[in-house]
Design a protein. Structure first.
Length: 434
């Protein structure tokens, strides 16, 4: 295979063979193919797209480019869950203990925050002492003994994706659907679960801004998952405004705990019940949606999901008392309300801007090396469709630095649009792709 020939073929709209794709990935990881040729190929793919066969071949080649987790020694159907990322998306924190409490083994690899979206690992580190840097043996042992473990992605999991993503990031070739689908699914396949439930976000705070694009991405990922022999379902969910009310690491942990206590925001609770339903169905722990929902509601009501969270936190070095006393989680020094500038219905919240406010306060990383402040963020009090009178509090900002607070406040107010007439709320769950 000559890399030059592959570039010409794709540039002219041809279809690469699985063999050509495998050789290009192997050669790139080995360092035999230079970045400039791969950049040219990525740009050709950006404009010409990839067929389903090419996308599957690329995913498999990247999944097989490094370590693959073998979870076969753990009994039961291991189910993974993945979100394409959003603002206030603390779903894994509440959902995984709910599902684990019902006997679905959770063996999950998670990441840190990216841009304006938060990461599960950063949030979990709000518990004192908690770590996701655990050896694979302990990860497996925890799944076997308590039914749940979450670890950070090892450097050798899908290294081809790591290298390719870094290149795409600086060559304006990230937002190509087949490349996104193969990037996400290569990591999921290498992480070894038997079944995968995907939460594909849509709207102003998501990677995919339109419903059409989100459905197309979801269909592509479901096809890849099923093509690779893993039962895969995707839920398309709203990200036109933050999920729940809390945005910021420890604040989101507290909201997830509130939810496991039965006192969570309605939208967030509903998303956990929906995704949990599909996780139970693919995991063989419920016969139908009605039974799954009833079981999930029960583990919240009887406290077993909360106890599972405490067990999981303790097993990974964290302080389980904080699950029962969330007021002991990291807390910011300054709390200030943001009053509504006028009367009216909230018509729109530019969701990614709320994520950026949290980042400005110190809750996210400006660069890869930044240390994040777990205590800062925002708690919204009103969401799209709510009526406010001038002066009503729209949100509370939690900050440790006055300058950052003022910058975030200015940006926050620009993210809101008000209307004199009532505003229709968009549904939370937009579609399910099986
Ligand atoms: N997330 C990923 O893991 N890969 C992409 O290409 C985009 C989002």
């Amino acid at each position: 295979m000559r890399m030059y020939d592959c570039i010409v073929k794709k540039r002219n709209g041809g279809e690469l063979t699985a063999e050509e794709i495998r050789e290009f990935i192997t050669g790139y990881v080995r360092g035999d193919i230079p970045d400039y040729q791969v950049s040219a190929l990525m740009m050709a793919i950006y404009f010409q797209g990839m067929t389903q066969a090419e996308t599957l071949a690329l995913t498999m080649a990247m999944a097989e480019s490094g370590d693959r987790l073998d979870l076969s020694r753990i009994p039961g159907v291991k189910v993974d869950k993945h979100s394409t990322g959003g603002v206030g998306d603390k779903t894994s924190l509440a959902l995984t203990p709910m599902v684990a409490a019902l006997g679905v083994p959770i063996a999950k690899m998670s990441g840190r925050g990216l841009g304006h979206t938060g990461g599960t690992i950063d949030k979990l580190e709000s518990f004192s002492g908690f770590t996701t840097s655990i050896p694979t043996e302990q990860f497996e042992e925890n799944v076997r003994s308590i039914g749940i473990s979450i670890m950070g992605q090892t450097a050798d999991l899908a290294p081809a994706d790591k290298k390719l993503y870094a290149l795409r990031d600086v060559t304006a070739t990230v937002d190509q659907m087949s490349l996104i689908a193969s990037s996400i699914m290569s990591k999921k396949l290498a992480a070894g679960a038997d079944a995968i439930v995907l939460d594909v976000k849509t709207g102003s705070g998501a990677f995919m801004k339109t419903q059409e694009a989100s459905v197309a991405l979801a269909e592509e990922m479901v096809r890849i998952g099923n093509g690779a022999g893993r039962k895969t379902i995707a839920v398309i969910s709203d990200m036109d405004q933050p999920l729940g009310y809390a945005v910021g690491n420890a604040l989101e942990v507290k909201e997830a705990i509130d939810t496991l206590n039965g006192k969570g925001p309605a939208d967030f609770t509903e998303l956990c019940l929906t995704l949990g339903t599909y996780m139970l169905l693919v995991g063989g722990k419920a016969r139908d949606e009605k039974e799954a929902r009833a079981k999930l509601t029960e583990v919240i009501a009887n406290g077993s999901a909360l106890r599972k969270l405490a067990e999981f936190v303790a097993a990974q070095g964290g302080d389980p008392r904080q699950v029962y006393q969330p007021e002991t989680l990291p807390k910011a020094e300054i709390m200030e309300e943001i009053p509504a500038p006028s009367d009216g219905y909230i018509a729109h919240i530019e969701c990614s801007e709320i994520g950026i406010c949290s980042l400005i306060l110190g809750g996210g990383r400006e660069t890869k090396e930044s240390r994040i402040d777990l205590s800062v963020g925002l708690v919204l009090h009103r969401k799209v469709g709510d009526y406010v009178t001038k002066g009503d509090s729209l949100a509370t900002i939690h900050a440790n630095d006055r300058g950052k607070l003022e910058t975030a406040r200015e940006r926050f107010l620009k993210a809101y649009t008000f209307s004199d007439t009532a505003v229709e709320q968009k549904p939370l769950i937009r579609d399910v792709i099986r």
